[in-house]
Ligand binder design. Structure first.
Ligand code: COA
Length: 336
């Protein structure tokens, strides 16, 4: 059994902060940020939440797929920045949409999250447990950003992207190849990119200390990153895992139309292209407009390419995500 992406959608908050706005908060410059990251501006939530963006991206994906709400039997939301702890964001999305037949749960794997949500949905569809899945990456990273830390606040943005996956009918199934994904994790190197839960009181009351709001929202409750370590990890592991997924599925680089990478940094995308020996035209980017939106970046890019006609039936695409955990992975998609 195989499955096909048959619709995409995204939601981007309208409020923007450009690099000049950031330079008013921390010691940096538009020139420095553009040169080191490629980011020019990022969109930031105002009235939106992770759940509301997820639901809007989902509505657009369902419309693009021509899918009925009753058809959806699985909703997965990949997020590290949900505005709700309970119920999970996927259940909140189900409620907003009225997709009453869906089983819903969240997945937390940072910037590899959308690739893992895709793989999880594929496994559910391939096993026959479900027939139509809605997978969403939605992030309000601005809530986890320390706006006093120039090493991180220049990078991130908010947004959501979604895709509808349908199990192929028996006759399509015989024609279509089933591509296996490749994913990896290295928890031992997790210290490179961390963010303590706002609900983590460990270490505070352990010493018999009173808990105060100042303690709870110290710097560790925002994203903290060893930028160079993450950069080195990405430029080594992403080309490696793309090589692995191509070899596993006996696909050659010249068969791939586009590599849809997590949009973290222009220099990372360029380094991956160089290591694979592939031209930059095969590596679409939109990070200049949105910054790094973690698990939303791949589905937002996929949706833009779907809507502007860059994606054509039969094309083979590689999706590759990487980030906190550390986690990384790649999957091959054949466009519908
Ligand atoms: N503006 C101006 N100067 C800055 C700066 C900023 N925003 N941030 C750091 N600097 C300074 C540093 O203090 C340092 O100064 P020094 O040489 O006087 O000590 C200098 O710039 C170089 O710092 P460095 O950390 O080596 O910069 P870099 O080239 O590694 O770029 C990142 C920093 C964060 C842009 C880069 O490491 C990166 O993108 N890493 C990957 C991060 C990522 O993608 N994370 C998410 C993965 S999912």
């Amino acid at each position: 059994m195989t499955a096909t992406i048959c619709g995409t959608g995204s939601y981007i908050p309208s409020y923007t902060m450009d690099n000049h706005d950031i330079a008013r908060l921390v010691e940096t410059s538009d020139e420095w940020i553009r040169e080191r990251t490629g980011v020019i501006r990022r969109h930031i939530v105002r009235d939106e939440t992770t759940v509301s963006m997820a639901a809007e991206a989902a509505r657009r994906a369902l419309a693009d797929a021509g899918a009925a709400l009753e058809e959806i039997d699985l909703i997965l939301v990949s997020t590290i920045s949900s505005n709700v702890v309970l119920p999970c964001a996927a259940c909140e999305v189900q409620k907003e949409l009225g997709a009453v037949n869906a089983t819903c749960f969240d997945l937390s794997a940072a910037c590899t999250g959308f690739v893992l949500a895709y793989n999880t949905a594929l496994a559910y569809l391939a096993s026959g447990v479900c027939r139509t899945a809605l997978i969403i990456g939605s992030e309000s990273l601005s809530n986890l950003t320390n706006w006093k830390d120039r090493g991180t606040c220049i990078l991130f943005g908010d947004g959501a992207g979604a895709a509808v996956l349908r199990a192929d009918a028996a006759e399509e199934d015989r024609l279509r190849k089933h591509y296996l994904p490749v994913t990896h994790s290295d928890g031992g190197k997790g210290a490179a990119l961390t963010c303590k839960s706002r609900h983590d009181f460990s270490g505070l009351n352990g010493g018999g200390k009173e808990i105060s709001p100042e303690d709870i929202l110290d710097d560790a409750h925002y994203m903290q990153m060893d930028g160079q370590a993450v950069f080195k990890f990405a430029v080594k592991r992403v080309p490696e895992v793309i090589g692995e997924v191509l070899e596993l599925n006996q696909v050659k680089t010249d068969e791939i139309s586009y590599y849809i990478l997590h949009q973290a940094n222009k220099r990372i995308v360029e380094a991956v292209a160089k290591r694979l020996g592939e031209p930059m035209e095969k590596f679409p980017m939109n990070l200049q407009e949105y910054g790094n939106t973690s698990s939303a970046s791949i589905p937002i890019l996929l949706d833009e390419m779907n809507r502007d006609g860059r994606l054509k039936p039969g094309q083979k695409l590689v999706m590759a995500g990487f980030g906190a955990g550390l986690t990384w992975g790649a999957a091959i998609i054949e466009w519908r």
